[in-house]
Design a protein around this ligand. Structure first.
Ligand code: HGY
Ligand code: MN
Ligand code: MN
Length: 396
């Protein structure tokens, strides 16, 4: 399975993945998902929001146990973030069948669409739509870098976007959702465990900073006459690092767009995207407010206009203790419970459906990079743990 999925959407030079929502690479991954599901006798459907579901038994009976994750990636992402959860779901089903386990509840495997938000800028679009956390109207406003809207992209990929929106009936059929994911950090490496259970997800968000100056000639414009937004942006990036350190948080400007982006032209506009996350909401608010304040002060000095727009936000997620403790018990009580700064569909759904997460050791902690890796023996331990959990929750 892993070998069949690996080449899809992988960039030949960088070795990273470019599996963006509603692109050709996304379509290839969806075809792979359908083939793996149908080869196991699962009934596959795509819901109104573009999430793929593979069912064993009739979900309408309710109280289904569902596992899975996402197949889309960040630009030049790694092979494991998302796909490990989907491949492990199919492998866990195979393991349960090898064990002769019989399902007493409907069982589903899900591939949530557009978890990374790499194309339209909002994280977890598929699960947010289903959970009613993203309205149809707001989703119709989403545009990619070429100005293509989300519904236009869905239509171009052959999907009908007219019915996107909350899907309470579908989510109401799920009794529990367990997402397995490669750890995006080193806690398991440091503790010496192959598998962990999630406790919480830090509050986190994405803010777009628009620094608008005045285009001019790089060679003939006196420094005093410039309204150059680039130094304003640079000062803001340094402020973000400083404020994050002070608050015990993290802050990253990982994406920047410059207009007109000419070597010998003072920019008219610099757009920078801030990703900030913190252990609690107060710390996150402090960091973002301080970064915005620093940006405004410098913009004032530089004669630059600043607009700040929050493009994505996820409040702190505390996974439900009942399901978390059930996983802990099913795994023999010997598995560490750990928090994370990474967002997940399980986090988005946790307000609607009982959800839990399993993490698989990532020896370097590196993620959102082609260097992301997990050892095969740890991945197998993850599949076994997922099978143990599913067997305990869903089988006779
Ligand atoms: O950004 C995140 O936390 C996740 O990978 N979407
Ligand atoms: Mn990710
Ligand atoms: Mn992920």
């Amino acid at each position: 399975m892993w070998a069949d999925l690996a080449p899809l959407g992988r960039h030949p030079e960088s070795g990273g993945y470019r599996r963006y929502a509603w692109t050709g690479a996304d379509a290839e991954c969806r075809a792979w998902f359908r083939a793996e599901a149908e080869s196991r006798g699962l009934a596959v459907e795509t819901d109104r929001n573009g999430n793929q579901w593979a069912w064993l038994g009739d979900p309408a009976a309710g109280d289904a146990v569902v596992t899975g994750s996402h197949l889309d990636s960040v630009p030049d992402g790694g092979a494991f973030d998302g796909p490990l959860g989907v491949v492990s779901a199919f492998a866990a089903l195979d393991e349960l069948r090898d064990r002769g386990a019989e399902f007493a509840r409907p069982f589903g495997i899900v591939n949530f669409g557009d978890e990374e938000g790499a194309r339209f800028g909002l994280a977890c679009v598929g699960s947010r739509l289903a959970a009613g956390q993203l309205t149809r109207e707001a989703a119709y406003e989403l545009r990619d870098a070429d100005g293509i809207s989300l519904p236009e992209a869905m239509e171009a990929a052959g999907y009908d976007p007219s019915a996107i929106g909350a899907d309470p009936e579908r989510l109401g059929r799920i009794g529990a959702f367990v997402e397995l994911h490669v750890e995006q950090g080193r806690a398991l490496d440091l503790s010496g465990d192959a598998v962990g259970i999630a406790s919480a997800i830090w509050p986190h968000g994405r803010w777009r900073f628009d620094f608008r100056g005045e285009a001019n000639h790089a060679g003939t414009t006196r420094l005093v006459d410039r309204r150059d937004p680039m130094p304003t942006y640079a000062e803001t990036v340094l402020a973000a690092r400083r404020e994050a350190e002070l608050a015990g948080a993290v802050a990253t400007f990982g994406k920047v767009a410059v207009e007109p982006n000419g070597v010998n032209a003072i920019p008219s506009l610099v757009r920078g995207w801030l990703d900030s996350r913190a252990p609690d909401q107060a710390a996150l608010d402090t960091v973002v407010a301080a970064v915005e304040r620093a940006a405004r002060e410098r913009a004032e000095r530089d004669g630059v206009e600043l607009a700040v727009v929050r493009e994505s936000f996820t409040p702190v997620i505390e996974f439900g203790h009942a399901l978390r403790d059930e996983l802990d018990k099913l795994l023999g009580g010997a598995v560490p419970v750990l928090g994370t700064g990474a967002g997940h569909d399980a986090g988005i759904l946790s307000g609607t459906v009982p959800t839990a997460m399993l993490f698989v050791r990532n020896p370097t902690g590196v993620s959102h990079s082609p260097a992301e890796h997990a050892r095969e023996d740890d991945c197998v331990a993850g599949v076994r743990a997922l099978a143990d959990v599913l067997e305990g929750m869903a089988c006779r």
